[in-house]
Design a protein around this ligand. Structure first.
Ligand code: CO8
Length: 259
């Protein structure tokens, strides 16, 4: 039984900020935290005042993975019937608004996988990424084997997944896992600034851009280009598109109506 909320939420302007809040367990993902995280993400996704979301943890840990104490109780059938992983992945993939992961400290196992479900990753210099499941006698179960290879390539992904070694943020940035690194105390602020910048653009256009980029993971180049064209053409039907082009030609800032 959790006495404290397992996540905390606050808003800064048009940005929703979700902080994982199980510090004593290094923000390990248990069933309650996953439910609360998904409820918060869905709520921000439906909130027209929010244009982007930041997900973060604390300075010691973004998230140390699945809750090992909770998972230890599961046998094959229990694990098979536990929908956490699928719920977590499916629900985050379905969020329309961009999610920035602001990572300080450990992002291990399911924590690294949760980070990789975000759209953009910013990390503090002290952040540590890894898929140490092999040391527990299991393998990544929330997308680690699939997303890490896409982020950093096969050889590095194998090196990490087969040995359980961790990667510090400088290597993570050089490998393309994270977009930018900062001093730890700046990570969340910079993520919020970027989220505010994204939230200042036309919301439907931002959603289209996110969707098109994400489809690149699913589709071959031919189908991906076709999908992109369709969304690009659709954007010509938006009032914000008319406004954006007019504003440029009139040498003024656009006034988005988000329509
Ligand atoms: N689950 C539950 N509790 C944890 C976890 C975890 N993953 N990680 C740390 N804790 C707890 C510790 O048990 C400890 O609790 P207590 O004070 O009651 O003993 C507390 O957090 C602090 O941890 P440490 O004392 O170990 O702190 P250190 O600074 O010495 O070490 C480490 C930090 C290196 C991060 C270490 O805690 C560690 O190795 N943690 C486990 C990391 C790991 O193996 N993660 C992978 C888990 S398996 C997984 O994620 C499968 C993915 C499936 C998808 C999940 C979606 C639900």
């Amino acid at each position: 039984m959790e006495l404290e909320p397992t996540i905390l939420t606050r808003e800064e302007g048009n940005v929703g900020i979700i902080t994982l809040n199980r510090p004593k367990a290094l923000n390990a993902l248990n069933a309650i935290l996953i439910d609360e995280l998904l409820a918060a993400l869905r709520s921000y996704d439906r909130n027209s005042d929010i244009g982007a979301v930041v997900v973060t943890g604390n300075n010691k840990a973004f998230c140390a993975g699945a809750d090992i104490k909770e998972q230890r109780e599961l046998d094959f059938v229990g694990a098979y019937n536990t929908d956490y992983l699928k719920d977590l992945n499916d629900a985050i993939v379905a969020i329309h608004k961009p999610i920035i992961g602001a990572i300080n400290g450990y992002a291990l196992g399911g924590g690294c996988e949760l980070a990789m479900m975000c759209d953009i990753l910013y990390a503090g210099r002290g952040a540590v990424f890894g898929q140490p499941e092999i040391k527990l006698g299991t393998i990544p179960g929330a997308g680690g084997t699939q997303r890490l290879i896409r982020a950093i390539g096969k050889s590095k992904a194998m090196d990490m997944i087969l040995t359980g070694r961790t990667m510090k943020s400088a290597e993570a940035e050089a490998s393309g896992l994270v977009a930018k690194i900062f001093d730890d105390e700046e990570t969340v602020t910079r993520a919020i600034e970027t989220a505010q910048k994204i939230a200042s653009f036309s919301a439907p256009v931002v959603a289209m851009a996110k969707e098109a980029v994400n489809e690149a993971e699913e589709l071959g180049l031919k189908n991906g280009l076709h999908f992109e064209s369709r969304l690009y053409h659709s954007s010509f039907g938006l009032a914000d598109h008319v406004e954006g082009f007019e504003a440029f030609l009139q040498k003024r800032e656009p006034r988005w109506t988000h329509k």
